[in-house]
Design a protein around this ligand. Structure first.
Ligand code: ZN
Length: 297
């Protein structure tokens, strides 16, 4: 199972520096955070996101043992771990309690149920899984994989959604770069995935994840009109009661992150985007539309 490094199209990831460079910069920032903060946290609610939890050689996969250590780290530090809906409830009530983290998995891979779910259930943690309905159906595929990892089936998704630990929310239909498609297609992707997922789950779907966190004013408006309550970006930082609900901030946990990197991401050592990241993403994804902004401000 390997991600295709040549894929010029949309990957489900945030900042896209070469992996080795990203890991090196991450390590340096974590060390700086450790010195600066003495391991303490800063105010606000952070959301961590993953894609896969698997021993496969895939830059989007965090090893199951490492994932367990990360969750153990949160539990032993007294953190409560919430899904995106619960996090939105807190923000709506104007609450940003200490030691509270939001958690989610993008793309709906089967290994999330196999390897992450048992750990989350052990600790009483909850998480949101964002699924692209057309990819789950097999009408579309994640183009960055030569061999796509197995995804959760509709039967498994419906069953797990009822069980409590995982809740499933929308991630468009075919996982396109929303900034590169026309208005009609963007509307179909955003509204259609909500409708299709609701038909499968039999409940309202209220959260949207923009593929690779790419969105602009148009996508934000479409999400609001479609009836979503919140949408998540790939911009790092804290979420506060006044944070735009259609641009909630998240930080990706990477396969190469050490436990110190993980603690630094939880504690606020990675709350800002890397220098040159925006220029890199413009080059890579063609974020050229004047209104296009994956910035959460
Ligand atoms: Zn994705």
């Amino acid at each position: 199972m390997s991600a295709d490094p040549q894929a010029g199209d949309l990957r489900g990831i945030g900042p896209s520096l070469p992996y080795w460079a990203k890991a090196t910069v991450t390590r340096l920032r974590s060390a700086a955070w450790s010195v600066r903060s003495h391991g303490g946290s800063q105010h606000g609610l952070r959301i961590l996101f993953y894609h896969r939890v698997s021993a496969d050689r895939d830059e989007l996969a965090v090893h199951p043992e490492l994932f367990r250590r990360q969750m153990d780290c949160l539990a032993s530090a007294g953190y409560r771990v919430f899904d995106i809906g619960q996090l939105a409830d807190l923000l709506d009530r104007g609450e940003t309690p200490e030691r509270t983290i939001g958690l989610n998995f993008d793309d709906g891979c089967l290994d999330v149920a196999e390897h992450a779910l048992p750990v989350l259930a052990d600790y009483g943690f909850r998480a949101t899984v964002f699924v692209a309905t057309g990819v789950t159906d097999g009408r579309a595929s994640f183009t960055w994989y030569r061999e796509q990892p197995p995804l959760l089936s509709w039967e498994e998704i419906a069953e797990l959604d009822r069980c409590g630990t995982l809740e499933f929310e929308a991630h468009t239909v075919t996982h396109p770069n929303l900034l590169a498609v026309d208005g009609l297609r963007a509307a179909v992707e955003i509204e259609g995935s909500k409708r299709e997922l609701e038909a499968r789950l039999g409940r309202p779907v209220t959260a949207l994840c923009y593929p690779a966190g790419l969105f602009g004013e148009r996508e934000r408006a479409l999400a609001r009109e479609a009836g979503y309550r919140v949408a998540v970006s790939c911009e790092p930082g804290v979420n506060l009661p006044e944070t735009d609900r259609f641009a909630l901030r998240r930080r990706q946990i990477d396969s190469r992150d050490s436990l110190l990197d993980f603690r630094a991401k939880v504690g606020g050592g990675h709350d800002t985007a890397l220098p040159l990241r925006d220029a890199y993403r413009r080059l890579r994804y063609g974020e050229g539309r004047p209104a296009a902004a994956s910035r959460a401000e």
